[in-house]
Design a protein around this ligand. Structure first.
Ligand SMILES: *Cc1c(COP(=O)(O)O)cnc(C)c1O
Length: 380
């Protein structure tokens, strides 16, 4: 199957054994009857497995061209499961401009358990080798990164990981499998906050992992069951439904993202613009090589670098809603310094470019003309 067909049919049984339901039923149950101890139909207790979740996990694996999918109660619960494969003393090399919550999980939880993190810019994949030593077990990459849309060359990174026999995990939340397939490019683990584009309608919180390697999958399924960070069946159903239109939505997000980026680029009040589809984006060539299109996430700063102006701008927007999160059908605007990235110390943040005037847009799938008019009036 090709990608658009996979979003609808990938990993899905087309006959429900009970009633022939075309959609995956929501098995809202914690447990399953057994005819004799140990005699059951493959499910015993919903922490270790639930048919609605299995349907989603198979769909996730299918669209990422992977063999094994796992769903979690949130994106961070998925990352938490990956980090639980490590032991005290192990080291991780991670993208420096990272989703704030991932940074908090690494730095405030796992650092305390004796894991050492190196936060480095990964635009130059060779430069990361100096952070790798025999204790290094994992490279954690986010591309495009949040909120500065930096691009990491996944193939080049996977060569570094293979050379040193360490795992490469890629947070694919911003791109989704529609735009980029990290496993095909050599990554070992692909992670998603399905809360964003996979769900696509801002109505749930869920996370996922997809891997190819059998042993790695076993280890992660064990952690999923043993730690219990699982999603409920209703949310699994909603993500499964979201995935069925992923290709249509991502196509429109990318078209509108381009229109917004081009509009902002030519606007006299805009200073810096971050969107990997721009030819003068520092890693545009790599983005072009590893992504099908460039998506709907656009960040920018205004001239004068004033926090007050940035806050007034987001308050004035009418169609863009001022809110955390991204990837829904509706357009959202955020102020990273006070919202998504507030947990990163100001000095650290500014070193990365997350200055007080930075604004992040999640461009939705409304009419382009309405979105541009809204930005125009708020900038005015
Ligand atoms: C939102 C997000 C996460 C965390 O996911 P939750 O579902 O909110 O736990 C991780 N990475 C990226 C890039 C995100 O945008």
């Amino acid at each position: 199957m090709k990608f658009n067909t996979k979003t609808i049919h990938g990993g899905q049984e087309n006959t429900d054994p009970a009633y022939g339901s075309v959609m995956q039923p929501i098995y809202q149950t914690s447990t399953y009857s057994q005819t004799s101890p140990g005699q059951h139909k493959g499910f015993e207790y919903s922490r270790s497995g639930n048919p609605t979740r299995s349907g989603l996990e198979q769909a996730l694996a299918s669209i990422e061209n992977g063999k094994h999918g796992l769903a979690f109660g949130s994106g961070l619960a998925a990352i938490d499961a990956v980090l639980k494969m490590l032991k005290p003393g192990d080291e991780v090399v991670s993208t420096s401009d990272l989703y704030g919550g991932t940074y908090r999980l690494f730095n405030s939880i796992f650092k305390g358990f004796g894991i050492k993190f190196h936060f480095v810019g990964m635009q130059d994949s060779e430069a990361i080798e100096k952070y790798i030593n025999p204790k290094t077990k994992l490279i954690w990459a986010e591309t495009p990164s949040n909120p500065l849309m930096n691009i990491t060359d996944i193939s080049a990174l996977s060569e570094v990981a293979k050379k040193h026999k360490i795992l490469l995990a890629v947070d694919n939340t911003f791109a989704t499998a529609y735009l980029q397939k990290p496993l095909d490019l050599g990554a070992d683990i692909v992670m998603h906050s399905a809360t964003k584009y996979l769900g696509g309608h801002s109505d749930l919180v869920l996370g996922s992992l997809v891997v190819n390697d059998e042993k790695l999958a076993e280890q992660l399924y064990f952690i999923q069951k043993a730690s219990g960070g699982i999603p409920g069946p209703m949310d699994c159903f909603l993500v499964l439904r979201g995935i069925k239109t992923l290709h249509l939505r991502m196509q429109r997000h990318s078209e509108n993202g381009r229109a917004v980026a081009e509009f902002l680029k030519s606007h006299p009040k805009v200073e810096n613009l971050y969107w990997p589809g721009l030819e003068d984006h520092p890693n545009h060539e790599i983005a072009k090589r590893q992504m099908k299109d460039f998506g709907g996430m656009v960040s920018f700063t205004t001239k004068g670098n004033s926090k007050q102006n940035a806050i007034r701008f987001v308050e004035k927007l009418k169609i863009f809603t001022l809110a955390e999160s991204l990837g829904g059908v509706e357009s959202l605007a955020g102020h990273p310094a006070t919202m998504t990235h507030a947990s990163i110390p100001k000095s650290e943040r500014e070193k990365l470019g997350v200055v007080d005037s930075l604004i992040r847009l999640s461009v939705g799938i409304e009419d382009e003309e309405d979105l541009l008019k809204d930005l125009e009036q708020a900038l005015a």
